[in-house]
Design a protein around this ligand. Structure first.
Ligand SMILES: [Zn+2]
Length: 256
């Protein structure tokens, strides 16, 4: 009579039994292999908290707030202090719906970093320095490609604008992070399709004007607001050409 209590007691002590997924699939014979490790992220998504303080954001990221529960792996304070809220190997709830290249579930594939910024002020030197230290740690320890550091708005251009047009992407690029045009920019050859270039970089194209607005915030430091007619200019096309060439290893992505 006492033995059935033991698993129950162990369950209570574990305190999180309800969340433990079954290890084994009853459909298959369990023939365990020791050759495994934890799943790892392949993308780092940068956010702005769009709130007034790290304290306020720590509360938002740790409670069931009115808009639904959200979280991130890290928060970078305005003073450069780093907070970790979710372990690197766990799935934080920061990206929501969106797509980057062929990745459709960004929360499962990424590390989310919130940066304490209200969305209208410059980022501080202290927090960018701290962010660079964190990116160095994450990309080396988790083997995440340095070019795979993107904006929340890049993967969800119809819903999000963070970390916004004031985020210093060029400074990150000078430290080796994110995709950034390198070398002399030149006009794309005739027939090059800017949308193929955008898709090669990773942008979702469900709403093309929204994708252009995300591109402008990231690569031109410009906010088009909600302009439904946002489109590329000649400088955009030269930047796109350079980015797509880096991404694909091809000189140009043209429509056949
Ligand atoms: Zn965000």
């Amino acid at each position: 009579m006492r033995r059935p209590l033991l698993p129950l007691l162990a369950c209570v002590l574990a305190a999180s039994c309800a969340h433990v997924a079954p290890t084994r699939n009853p459909l298959a014979d369990w023939v365990p292999s020791p050759n495994l490790d934890a799943r790892r992220a392949v993308v780092i998504v940068l956010h702005a908290t769009e709130q007034d303080s790290a304290r306020e954001s720590l509360d938002t990221l740790r409670t069931a707030n009115s808009g639904g529960p959200v979280s991130a792996h890290y928060l970078v304070g305005e003073d450069g202090r780093l907070y970790q809220l979710v372990a690197d190997g766990e799935r934080a709830w920061h990206a929501g719906g969106g797509r980057w290249g062929t990745i459709t579930d960004l929360n499962s594939a990424s590390i989310g970093i919130e940066i304490d910024n209200d969305g209208s002020e410059p980022y501080t030197d202290a927090q960018i320095a701290a962010l660079l230290r964190l990116l160095d740690d994450l990309t080396s320890r988790l083997s995440i490609p340095k070019t795979q550091v993107i904006a929340h708005a890049d993967l969800a251009p119809t819903r999000k604008r963070d970390p916004g047009a004031l985020f210093p992407w060029q400074r990150l690029a000078e430290a080796g992070y994110g995709l950034w045009p390198r070398g002399d920019l030149r006009d794309p050859p005739a027939g090059v399709d800017p949308w193929l270039a955008m898709a090669a970089i990773g942008y979702p194209l469900d709403d093309r004007a929204a994708a252009v607005r995300a591109f402008h915030r990231h690569y031109r430091g410009r906010d088009d607001g909600d302009d439904p007619l946002a489109t590329f200019d000649a400088d955009d096309l030269r930047i796109l050409q350079a980015l797509a060439a880096q991404r694909t290893g091809l000189d140009a992505v043209a429509t056949p």
